[in-house]
Design a protein around this ligand. Structure first.
Ligand code: ZN
Length: 398
């Protein structure tokens, strides 16, 4: 039986970019190590898991890649983010992900990210003692302007709407119950949003920000409501000892939710400044202790969402340089793919198929790793939900 390293490069696939000579960022990148793996392995394309008429999301695509039906297994983004922050979630908790935002006196959004505020600790501290109708509201800092929020109490429901209009200039929404039983939860949230708004308006840190010409973080935008779900843990499902290496909060949350063991890497942050070398070294060093390692790399997706195809290409090249560390592993399958494609031209996720390579068992005639070259691979087109089956077969677990 072989060891397995599944490397997911977030938003890997892309479209042809005129400025790159009609190549995709992956095609345009100089990537001898990825090409080596493709040449000596089997290639194909992955069909991303999407809801009808919608664009693929990172969480659904990851769950599908790990062999879980997102419809049943996705607990809501709020749960995954709160787990990613490192918080324990109780069975009855309702979790959200949130942004500090800036609104005007009519509650119209000026900036959904409050000028990408960083040090939000004092603001969070001022909001963390509020209790409404016996329900405790807990806020935990996440990266930058982001946070996770937990409602802790009895008879709470996750079937509530978001208050985030998503566009600057629009007025924030009231949170609405989506079921009769969620009326109380929506009421508590709306009350909390009013109270927190008045606390934040008066907060010394915000007064200081205004004096310095920065936007005050005077409102909370909440979305992704969810409750923990009971699912079969990855290790039980496949009888594999599984670990994960990730910097981004959501991906840590996914790893923890699936019961994978965290392999910590100093400086892994899910950003372009992440400690790539450390992540690959950790995979190399730890594979002897695990059967399966999920290695996640985020920044490629961020660059594409900013429309920065050149940096997307450059970051793929950086990944490639570090990939060298994994080339000499014995008895190990290395799988490289993305969770979905992200169009650098449209600056958002897209439904384009994602290239995949599986190295360590079989080889086909594909000689380079790219969207176009992988079309001719022996793996053909694989749905995400079927990938684990394929991997396990090749690793001889089935
Ligand atoms: Zn993604």
């Amino acid at each position: 039986m072989k060891k397995i390293i599944l490397m997911i490069i977030d938003g890997l696939g892309d479209e042809s970019i005129p400025q790159l000579g009609n190549k995709t960022p992956l095609e345009a990148a100089i990537k001898p190590n990825l090409d080596f793996l493709a040449k000596n392995g089997a290639c194909g394309l992955i069909v991303p898991r999407t809801e009808k008429g919608k664009l693929p999301t990172s969480e659904d695509c990851h769950l599908a890649l790990f062999g879980y039906n997102p419809k049943k297994a996705n607990p809501g983004r709020g749960v995954l983010e709160v787990l990613g922050i490192g918080e324990k979630i109780l069975k009855e908790d309702v979790c959200f992900r949130g942004n500090f935002a800036t609104v005007d006196e009519n509650l119209k959004i000026i900036d959904r990210r409050a000028g990408r505020i960083e040090g939000t600790e004092p603001l969070i501290k001022s909001l963390n003692k509020i209790k409404i109708k016996g329900v405790k509201i807990i806020i935990k800092k996440a990266f930058g302007h982001r946070f996770g929020l937990i409602l802790r109490g009895k008879n709470l429901s996750e079937k509530v709407s978001s208050n985030d209009p998503k566009e600057a200039g629009d007025k924030v929404f009231k949170i609405k119950p989506l079921k009769i039983k969620s009326k109380k939860t929506a009421q508590i949230l709306n009350l909390f949003l009013d109270i927190s708004h008045s606390i934040l308006e008066r907060h010394p840190l915000n007064k200081e920000r205004v004096l310095k010409g920065f936007l005050p973080a005077n409102y909370l935008l909440l979305r992704g409501a969810g409750k923990l779900k009971r699912i079969e843990k990855f290790s039980q499902k496949y009888k594999l000892k599984a670990g994960f290496i990730a910097g981004g909060t959501l991906y840590k949350g996914i790893g923890r939710y699936l019961g994978m063991k965290e392999i910590k890497v100093r400086g892994a942050n899910g950003l372009p400044t992440t400690n790539l070398k450390g992540k690959f070294l950790a995979a190399k060093k730890n594979i002897k202790n695990f059967d399966f390692i999920f290695l996640h790399i985020k920044a490629v997706d961020n660059f594409a969402e900013d429309g920065n195809f050149l940096e997307k290409k450059n970051f793929i090249e950086k990944i490639d340089q570090n990939l060298k560390l994994l080339l000499n592993l014995k008895n190990t399958l290395i799988i490289v793919t993305g969770d979905h494609s992200t169009s650098s031209l449209l600056k958002k996720h897209c439904r384009a198929l994602i290239p995949i390579l599986i190295y360590g068992k079989i080889a086909d005639s594909v000689k380079e790793f790219s969207e176009r070259a992988c079309q001719k691979g022996d793996l053909g087109e694989l749905r995400q939900i079927n990938l684990m089956k394929k991997i396990l077969k090749l690793a001889k677990y089935e």
